[in-house]
Each structure stands twice: as structure tokens, then as C-alpha cells.
Design a protein around this ligand. Structure first.
Ligand code: SF4
Length: 546
């Protein structure tokens, strides 16, 4: 079996979904190979001179290896400075001796000067030049290509007919020269009976189908399996009908371990939790100063109440791994791969897991999504999180208006949010705050309250993500509001709607561009955001070199 992660997705860390499949296959002694065609494909295109060039592109190509080196080292990341007297070995020794892994308490507890004295020029230049090279390479295929972007001028990843077209014409894909050679060599050598694709983002869809089309033409007889987050969302649509018959042999919704194992003839596997396995990935080659280890301690969401949440709309159940197993998984994975950062992928890390990690630190920095809960209003809890290695929490605040939050059933109290932000700052944990504009209960008045809240807490906010609300197409709320087709595709996950307060997308954009983003306290937060990689690289902007 060969498991493939197709282009294009941020190439900063190995794909966690495939690592879980590897864990399950290993457990049952199955042979497999992994191909991160995203990382390899992007590197291959970056090294191929674009057909047409200009001064900027030629210079970007000349500086390519320097840019790649700087993204693989620490110096380009503005937050990173050598932490005197600290090393991973120090921490492990403390951990093994049953002590908390803090080093110099003064340094540890001092809030990092996020955004101050930062020189991110090298980082930004590297990202700009790499993006330029990809953009110029994609042009001849009519694709707007980037490190996390793939937009075809005509073909849409939300139309099944366009995905089938991409499969019928794989040679039109800019990655074709790479994957034709790579897949041909790999298939000749491995002679697999099954090839699985993990499709998680819209930016991967057209390339996935181009690769599927190539395999279908050249390697008849190999079973093609397609799973991943995006495929799961498609298949959760109550009106789903498979438009890829004859092209894909098996489509898998949800975790793919059971389906793959049964395809391989393993029918008895219980409900085991399989350890993710990263042995087959080039963990040091990703665009980061060292290996990032993604880890998911649950699927679904323990809160699962926010109205308009896609997780909830899709009916994905909350399935956590017991916290003791998570703690031991993390220790084992850290020991094996020596990551510089753990990325917890949960939709919301549960307070019980945060507590367990505080008591049994993994020995390396970590970050992830959490909910704003009363736990974060306890300074000691935040300090313990910091000592356990927490460098950043991503928090879905969504709004600075209490009535909007209540209507969305976010379970967030703004006074608690204020206290949490202040405590996290005191503890030295950076925050990446997610705001959502244009939800049905919001109007300009409430959006201005969000602006006020952010301005009032600007010194506690490390980074900001601003999004305009999309209505999940099959959620219960979409049935109650006048909706229209949004992306005009049969695979669209969202629908546009008539906002009950007339707070339409053009008005929201105008407010964001002319008012919200222009506020000096907010614009300086927005300027900090790492381009393209955003929250995936933000921890490196606030943490020290290990
Ligand atoms: S916390 Fe996040 S994932 Fe959980 S229900 Fe709310 S929006 Fe959905």
C-alpha cells in the first residue's frame, strides 16, 4: 500500500491523518510506503525555473537555497533567540526526576514581548520570494499557485465535474512532471495493490484528482482509496451521491484506519487507539526550524454546542483518547522524534487534558486550540500551562459582544475572556484570537463592540484571525434562514444567506477594511501575523530557540 498526501497544503509539518493510518498498519504488521507529494511537489516546482521570468523571479530563484535554509533554521523567525542555560536534555532530565521542567523562573514567567523589537524581514522575504516562484510556475497552467494555495482560473474544487476533468487531463496540472516521474518509479518498485489519498483541503482537491487520473490511465488494477477531512465533509451531506464512481474505488468518511485495515484483509481490530507513527516522514525537511509533531487527542469537539459550527453540522461525535494515553503518547513521540514543537490538533483541547499535560509535561513547547473557559481565569492554571511548555493558545473568541456570543451558544463570558487574556499574558503564553464577523445575530453595532474589546485587550493579543461567517450548508440553522448557493458547486460546504439584519458581506468587508483593520492598536497586531503559514509558524515568533 502507498499512502499519499497530495499538494497543496502548508508544508510545515507532516500530515497527522496519514501518521495515524501508519500507526494502525504498523500495529498489524502491514507493509506500506508514505509519499508526502505536497512537500516533495512544492520543492520540485520551486527548483524548476518558471517558463517566463522577470527581475524579481530571477532573484528569488538565485536566493532559493538561502531562503529554504533560513526557514529551516531559527534566525529567520523573529521571536527565537537562544535561551541561555536551557536545552531539551535539561528538560527531560527534570521530567525524569519528577520535577516540573521550568528553567530560569524569571525568564520563564516573563511575558514575551510579542511584536516588539521583532525583525521578521528575512522571514517575510523568504516567504515572498518562494510564493513568487510558485506563482510564476503556476501561470502557464492557469493556476494561482502558492505555498498554501491552488486556484485554477476555470476549474473549481467544489464542482465534481471539474474534479473529473482534472482527472481526465492530469498533464495540465503544474505538478504533473513531478508526480509522473515519482509515482512511476515508486509503483515500479513497490508494486502496491492499494493507493490511498488523504484529501483535507480544497487547495488539494484538483491535484488529488489529477494524480488519481494519472494512476487510472497508467496503472490499471491498483485500487484507489480516497479519504481525509474534505472527503468526510462531502460524505456527511445527507444528499451525498458519489460522483466519482469508476475513478475512485473506495471513498472513506471519518477515521480511515478501520476501512484500510479491512481492505488489507484485517477484520478483527477492536476499537484500539493506534499510536500515530511518523517514522516514514522526512520530519526534518518541513518548512520549520525543526520537526513539528502534530497530534490529535480527540475527534469532534467536547463542547459541540456552537450554532453554525461545521463540526456540529456534520454530526461528528466527540471521541477523546484517555488523557493518560495522550500523555504517554506525547512522551514517547517526543523521545523518538525530538520535535521542537508539538501541535495539538484538537478542535478544542479539553481542560482535563490541559491539566494532565501541566502535571506531566511533554518536555517540548506545545500549542493548540482551546476554548475560553473559567480555567484560564485562574492564574496558577495558566502558569502551570506555561511551565508545561504551552507557548501559544488559539482561542475562538468570535465576538466581543455578549449577546452575540450567547446567541451563538459559544459558552463564553466576556468578563472571563478578559481575565483569561490578562492571565495568559502574565504567564507568558501568546494568544492567537479568532474573530468571526457577519454571524446572524451580529450587526455593525455588535461588530463595533468586538472592535472595542480587541482594542481594550490589544496588549494581551499576540495574533488575530479575522473571518467572515460562512453558513454550513446542511446545518440546522441553514434550514431556518433564506439561503443561496455560495460556491455554485455540488460539493460546496457553505451557502450564502440573506442576513437577518442586512449585515451583508460587502458591508462587513467595508467595516473590516476601513474601520477595524485601520485602528492603530489592531493594525500592529495584524502586521505580526506570519504570512502564508499564519498560526502554524506563529509559535516560532514568540518562543525561544531550543
Ligand atoms: S468550540 Fe469550536 S469546534 Fe467546538 S462547537 Fe464551538 S466552534 Fe465548534
Amino acid at each position: 500500500m502507498i499512502l499519499i498526501y497530495p499538494p497543496v497544503a502548508k508544508p510545515s509539518e507532516p500530515p497527522a491523518g496519514i501518521a495515524k493510518l501508519c500507526g494502525a498498519l504498523n500495529h498489524h504488521g502491514m507493509k506500506y510506503r508514505v509519499l508526502d507529494a505536497n512537500l516533495e511537489g512544492l520543492l520540485s516546482l520551486l527548483k524548476t525555473p518558471p517558463v517566463s521570468s522577470d527581475t524579481w523571479t530571477s532573484r528569488a530563484l538565485r536566493h532559493l537555497s538561502r531562503h529554504l535554509d533560513s526557514l529551516h533554521g531559527w534566525d529567520a523567525y523573529p521571536g527565537s533567540r537562544k535561551f541561555p542555560g536551557s536545552s531539551r536534555e535539561d528538560e527531560c532530565a527534570h521530567r525524569l526526576a519528577g520535577m516540573s521542567p521550568h528553567r530560569d523562573v524569571d525568564q520563564e514567567l516573563r511575558p514575551l514581548p510579542v511584536g516588539l523589537h521583532q525583525d521578521d524581514g528575512r522571514y517575510r522575504r523568504a516567504i515572498k520570494d518562494l510564493s513568487r516562484l510558485l506563482e510564476m510556475t503556476g501561470r502557464s497552467s492557469r493556476v494561482r499557485l502558492g505555498l498554501a494555495n491552488y486556484q485554477h482560473e476555470e476549474l473549481s474544487p467544489t464542482r465534481s465535474t471539474d474534479l473529473v476533468r482534472a482527472a481526465e487531463n492530469p498533464e495540465d496540472n503544474p505538478f504533473y512532471p513531478y508526480f509522473r516521474k515519482r509515482l512511476t518509479e515508486l509503483l515500479k518498485k513497490e508494486q502496491p495493490s492499494i493507493i490511498g489519498f488523504s484529501l483535507n483541503y480544497l487547495s488539494q482537491a484538483l491535484c488529488t484528482f489529477a494524480m488519481i487520473g494519472f494512476l487510472k490511465q497508467e496503472w490499471t488494477g491498483v485500487k484507489l482509496v480516497l479519504g481525509g477531512g474534505l472527503v468526510t465533509s462531502w460524505m456527511r451531506n445527507p444528499y451525498w451521491q458519489n460522483p466519482f464512481k469508476g475513478l475512485v474505488d473506495h471513498l472513506v468518511a471519518g477515521p480511515g484506519e478501520a476501512s484500510l485495515l479491512s481492505l488489507m484483509g484485517v477484520l478483527q481490530f477492536g476499537d484500539n487507539h493506534f499510536w500515530p507513527n511518523y517514522d516514514s516522514f522526512p520530519v526534518r525537511d518541513y518548512f520549520a526550524p525543526g520537526p513539528i509533531l502534530p497530534y490529535s487527542s480527540s475527534s469532534g469537539c467536547y463542547w459541540n454546542r456552537c450554532s453554525f459550527c461545521p463540526e456540529r453540522a456534520e454530526g461528528n461525535p466527540y471521541i477523546p483518547i484517555p488523557v493518560e494515553e495522550v500523555v504517554s503518547d506525547l512522551l514517547r513521540l517526543v523521545d523518538r522524534h525530538k520535535p521542537v514543537l508539538i501541535h495539538l490538533l484538537d478542535n478544542a483541547i479539553s481542560p482535563s487534558l490541559m491539566k494532565a499535560i501541566s502535571e506531566h509535561p511533554p518536555g517540548v513547547p506545545w500549542y493548540g486550540f482551546a476554548r475560553v473557559t473559567r480555567h484560564l481565569t485562574d492564574l496558577d492554571f495558566c502558569l502551570a500551562l506555561k511551565r508545561s511548555g504551552c507557548v501559544m493558545l488559539k482561542l475562538g473568541l468570535e465576538s466581543g459582544d455578549q449577546a452575540v456570543l450567547d446567541d451563538l451558544q459559544k459558552g463564553i463570558n466576556l468578563e472571563e475572556a478578559s481575565s483569561a487574556l490578562k492571565n495568559l499574558k502574565k504567564a507568558g503564553i501568546a494568544t492567537y484570537i479568532y474573530l468571526l464577523f457577519g454571524t446572524p445575530p451580529e450587526s455593525l453595532i455588535e461588530a463595533r463592540r468586538t472592535l472595542e474589546f480587541v482594542v481594550k485587550h490589544h496588549d494581551c493579543i499576540g495574533f488575530l484571525n479575522l473571518a467572515i461567517f460562512n453558513m454550513p450548508i446542511y446545518g440546522p440553522e441553514a434550514q431556518q434562514i433564506e439561503t443561496k448557493t455560495f460556491y455554485e458547486g455540488d460539493l460546496s460546504l457553505y451557502t450564502s444567506f440573506d442576513h437577518p439584519k442586512g449585515w451583508s458581506r460587502p458591508l462587513i468587508r467595508q467595516f473590516l477594511d476601513k474601520e477595524f483593520k485601520r485602528h492603530p492598536a489592531i493594525s500592529s497586531i495584524l502586521r505580526r501575523d506570519p504570512p502564508v503559514f499564519t498560526s502554524n509558524h506563529a509559535p516560532f515568533f514568540v518562543m525561544k530557540e531550543r
